[in-house]
Design a protein around this ligand. Structure first.
Ligand SMILES: Cc1ncc(C[n+]2csc(CCOP(=O)(O)OP(=O)(O)O)c2C)c(N)n1
Length: 319
């Protein structure tokens, strides 16, 4: 039996990410956002399910598709939105943009434009936690494509050999840019790779927020107790293009629409919540309205903020 607070929080987390990203998509396409942006729409259950097992003191390492991870870890959306719009009130003063959001206050160590760049950083954070004898855990999110990078194997081996409190969370959304994962990956289930490092490998329906919450919960608890790292593979689907503006010549609209209608984690949760009488329709509506209002405020904050002063170009840089 789940508490109502938990169910509402899981739902509002997913809805907040969805509204945030729909807003980003609209304004990116209108030419108001600089750089590149990659959307997490359809994968919200992974970040939300995992991060509901973490405290602000725990660490996460994110990817180029990182807005959902930041929001799920508790980052405030006003400075996030401002960052994506390149404004001086942004969480990185407008200099990082969508792919470089970091918010140390909530243990969000950084998104990363380098595919597979997060593993070793997370393992470093896990090593620091172990040396300091805290009970912190470090989680690294990564894609199916990133699972084929050498850094995964190095980091997994070291984390396991030293029994570090790390959790490797693979978001298998079936695509790495234009490449379907089956054509580049030697195993059907990426979770199977954990055996090569002597750690547990668990696969879960990544569109079911409660399944993710429970599977991650068990692995986070064992890491906290000093029982070492684990690999969690969340099976999901990348609904949007690789980046906003991707012509997506490698798959059909029909395929995407069919998959999304079957796997939309928010829709699946709403159906179950009503069926099981966890939350009524009115409660779901009120969460959606609340989250939409928060995102409207964040957008207004971002758009009314100034761009960084050119004088600041060389501040916050290492010599
Ligand atoms: C080291 C490196 N190689 C290649 C790229 C170009 N690139 C950016 S995202 C991406 C695909 C990543 O796929 P996956 O890890 O499955 O994550 P997803 O985009 O599906 O979330 C590639 C190849 C990069 N940014 N960094």
């Amino acid at each position: 039996m789940y508490s109502k607070d938990l169910l509402r929080s899981l739902y509002s987390g997913m809805v907040k990410i969805r509204r945030f990203e729909e807003t980003i998509e609209k304004h990116f396409l209108a030419g108001e956002i600089p750089g590149f942006t990659h959307l997490y729409i359809g994968e919200e259950a992974v970040a939300v399910g995992v991060c509901h097992n973490l405290t602000p003191k725990d660490y996460i390492e994110s990817t180029h598709r990182g807005h959902g991870h930041c929001i799920a870890k508790g980052a405030e959306i006003k400075p996030m939105m401002a960052e994506i719009f390149g404004r001086s009130t942004g969480v990185c003063r407008g200099k990082g943009g969508s792919m470089h959001i970091a918010d140390f206050k909530v243990g969000m160590l950084g998104a990363n434009g380098v595919v597979g760049g997060g593993y070793t950083l997370a393992v470093g954070a896990a090593l620091a936690a172990k040396l300091r004898r805290t009970d912190q855990v470090a989680v690294v999110f990564f894609g199916d494509g990133a699972s084929n990078r050498g850094t995964f194997h190095e980091a997994a081996n070291m984390a396991a050999a030293w029994k570090l409190p790390a959790l490797f969370v693979c978001e298998n959304n079936e695509w790495a840019s234009t490449t379907p994962y089956r054509t580049t990956t030697s195993v059907a289930d990426i979770a199977d790779r954990a055996a090569g490092y002597g750690m547990p490998g668990v696969k879960v329906d990544g569109n079911d927020v409660l399944a993710v919450y429970e599977a991650a919960g068990e692995l986070v608890r064992r890491a906290r107790k000093g029982e070492g790292p684990a690999l969690l593979e969340c099976k999901t689907y990348r609904v949007k293009g690789h980046f906003v503006g991707d012509p997506e010549k490698y798959r059909t609209r029909e395929e995407v629409q069919k998959r999304f209608s079957e796997s939309d984690p928010i829709k699946l949760f709403e159906e179950r919540a009503v069926k099981e009488k966890w939350l009524g329709k009115a409660e779901l509506d009120s969460v959606r309205e609340g989250m939409a209002a928060e995102v409207v405020d964040a957008l207004a904050f971002a758009k009314s903020s100034p761009y960084p002063d050119p004088q600041e170009l060389f501040t916050d840089l290492y010599d």
